[in-house]
Design a protein around this ligand. Sequence first.
Ligand code: FE2
Length: 342
Amino acid sequence: MATFENFDLAHLGGIELFTPKFEESLHFFRDICAMREVERIGDSAYLRCWDEYQLYTLKLTASDTNGVGRTLYRTTSEEALQRRVKAIEDSGLGHGWREPEVGVGRSYEFEDPDGHLMALYYDTEHYVPDDEDRPALKNQASAYPGRGINARRMDHINYLASDVNAAGEFWRDVMKSRESERVKLDAGGYGAWWFRFHQKSYDVVYSDDWTRQRGRFHHFAIAPDSREDILKAADICLENGIYIEYGPYKHAINQTFFLYVWEPGGNRIEFATAQGRLILDPDWPVVEWSQAERAKGQAWGMKTVPTFHTHGTPFVEHQEEIDRAALEGREFVLPEGDVENE
Ligand SMILES: [Fe+2]
């Protein structure tokens, strides 16, 4: 039975992404994805997709490494914010309130059980289009860019976790998100776990990190308008020298149509259509997939690319060689003289 608390979270509000190749990553998001830069502070560029009502959803930060920084989530009301903050405080994972910053009012910072930094907020700054990107219709946040991939909105985030079970239990029991699908391991526990806030079938995902390191990142997904846009995104990435990892193809789990690329900073970015399948039944049960079912591959039978299970950010030592070995179907062997990391 659904409860009111199931709807405390509104949506994924913003992601900070680290890149060691700032200018190249900025070119990818701004010029190839057609996001708009709305603010530049210090080492960070703030970017938005054309149909997002908030000021920004991507904070791109120059760094000596790649990976994900803090993720912001908007609540559905001030009361919902207070409810979830209380639950997070009780869990012992809260860091405390933070002052208002670019685009958002005061926020409550915390970490998930795997150490990913996050914050909840309710007060937000609505984007006001200028003459250059004022839309023709008033029910649209800004003008359709009509260039590149035309990224419409941020869709979901997928974290790598050293312990998917602990992270999933946190999102189910503390954040009160609704499970949509999960992969049950033969040995017990879950290898991946999908959560939704409303009727879109997922907003937050955790996947098992084979390295057992904490706090790493698998990908976030940007939604263009249509499946055709994702096919075109593959052509555009090809023309621009962006590494295509996998797809375009259709997922078995949650049935999204997808394309995975690695942006110039090494982070995996997905283009996905998540609007095709909605979960309307308030009592819809979680869909569980066995390891054997998962191993069958994606919707139409193509096997999942091996790097999907080896590549994450920040890179572990020898990440590129590990990925290459996986693609070539051979075991990665540590270079002579190297000692394996913890
Ligand atoms: Fe995804």
